[in-house]
Design a protein around this ligand. Structure first.
Ligand code: PLP
Length: 404
């Protein structure tokens, strides 16, 4: 109870926008009628159904416009994880179905995927699944100390049986922006290789025009840009082969069965429309991020992780020597500050972030990782508050640490 009251009256600073964002009020208002009044099933022919269909197709047009795509190239899903599964498994299965002609069915010539060691688990686990099922071979490319993958390394990894290259646009832990457009240009010279990007952390702030990026598939999820959790999408370029992973009705052009989540689809499109306007002002978030970075780096033993310039506007990430990230999070939470750490607590033991390890950060240093991710509502006062609270927390934790 006391804890609850504390939470209510304590200053609250939300710096975990890379994990999820609040639903924007305008977005909430846009979707509200589709719960209460216009609740029809978009597959039905009556008035309610047709109203729902009009809303879904209107949303599809808006999403397509934001991506520079055609409406028929957008598939609505439940989240980025689903989109990523559909993209990877869908392309590999489609290629395997054409096995006779492409000669990839023989063990020595399984379809080959090129991806990176720093992808989100949604990509890594999907690739592992395809490998374990004997459906694909996967190359996990290393990255440099800033989390950047090299275009040359992608090119070198390509084999005659490569069918998919999958590189994330923005890394969710360190904020590094990958050279997607450059990889896209390089892949233009190849034939039969489809290019997927996980744009989950990019949608709110970066240009996601699919032609400028040169991608064939692009995954995203609404709750990272002020739409609700439980709705996402996949862009699939016309002509890219894809086998659906959800069997059932013929919704979403036959590529994703299941009754469309009309209110959330409306919300997703509205949020994307708002983010297009906000992108113009994203320098406000970037300036606050830089102020935060400069302030945190004054703490002795604090280091920036990720690239200093090729970095998404909303992500500030660090390692702090001599402290556990989880302990910092708990003490920040005690002061009303929401943050994240790359290390995950599994069965009582701390596991260092696979992203930091891939960047060459030693495991003991990686345990001290901290991610502060800003949002469009973040204020100067909030950054000042965090910069006041964080140094004494680090000092206290270092004093408490056993000396070996
Ligand atoms: N990809 C990236 C880069 C992410 O940051 C996330 C979520 O944190 C995901 C994929 C998965 O998103 P969702 O949980 O909405 O499927």
């Amino acid at each position: 109870m006391i804890c609850y009251l504390n939470f209510e009256f304590m200053r609250q600073v939300y710096l975990d926008n890379a994990a999820t964002t609040a639903v924007d009020r305008e977005v909430f208002e846009a979707m509200r009628p589709y719960f209460l009044k216009n609740f029809g099933n978009a597959s039905e022919v009556h008035g309610w159904g047709q109203e729902a269909r009009t809303a879904v197709e209107g949303a599809r047009e808006k999403v397509a416009e934001a991506l520079g795509a055609e409406a028929k190239e957008i598939i609505f899903t439940s989240c980025a994880t689903e989109s990523i599964n559909l993209a990877h498994k869908g392309v590999v299965e489609a290629v395997l179905q054409q096995g006779e002609t492409r000669d990839v069915r023989r063990k020595t010539k399984r379809p080959h995927i090129v991806t990176t060691a720093i992808e989100h688990k949604a990509v890594l686990e999907t690739c592992r699944h395809l490998e374990e099922a004997g459906m694909a071979e996967v190359t996990y490319l290393p990255v440099d100390q800033y989390g950047l993958v090299s275009v040359g390394a992608v090119e070198k990894a390509i084999r005659p049986e490569t069918v998919l290259v999958s590189v994330m646009y923005v890394n969710n832990e360190v904020g590094t922006v990958e050279p997607i457009a450059e990889i896209g240009r390089m892949l233009k010279k190849t034939k039969g290789i489809f290019f997927h990007t996980d744009a989950t952390q990019a949608m709110q702030y970066l240009d996601c025009d699919v032609d400028k990026l040169g991608v064939d598939l692009l995954s995203f999820t609404g709750h990272k840009f002020y739409a609700p959790k439980g709705v996402g999408g996949l862009y699939v370029r016309t002509g890219a082969p894809l086998v659906r992973q959800m069997d059932g009705g013929g919704q979403e052009g036959g590529l994703r069965a299941g009754t469309e989540n009309v209110p959330y689809i409306v919300a997703l499109a509205k949020a994307l429309e708002l983010s297009s306007k906000f992108k113009v002002q994203s320098s406000k978030v970037m300036n606050l991020r830089d102020e935060l970075i400069a302030g945190v780096l004054k703490i002795p033993g604090a280091k920036l992780t990720g690239h200093s310039v090729k970095r998404a506007p909303h992500i500030a990430s660090f390692t702090i020597d001599g402290v556990e990230g989880e302990a910092v999070l708990l003490m920040l939470a005690d002061r009303g500050i929401a943050a994240a750490s790359g290390s995950a607590c599994t069965s009582g033991a701390l596991r260092a972030s696979h992203v930091l390890l891939a960047m060459g950060v030693p495991a003991e240093v990686a345990h001290g990782s901290l991610r502060l991710s800003l949002g469009k509502e973040t204020t100067e006062e909030e950054i000042e508050y965090v910069l006041k609270e964080l140094p004494p927390i680090v000092k206290r934790l270092r004093q408490m640490a056993p000396r070996l």
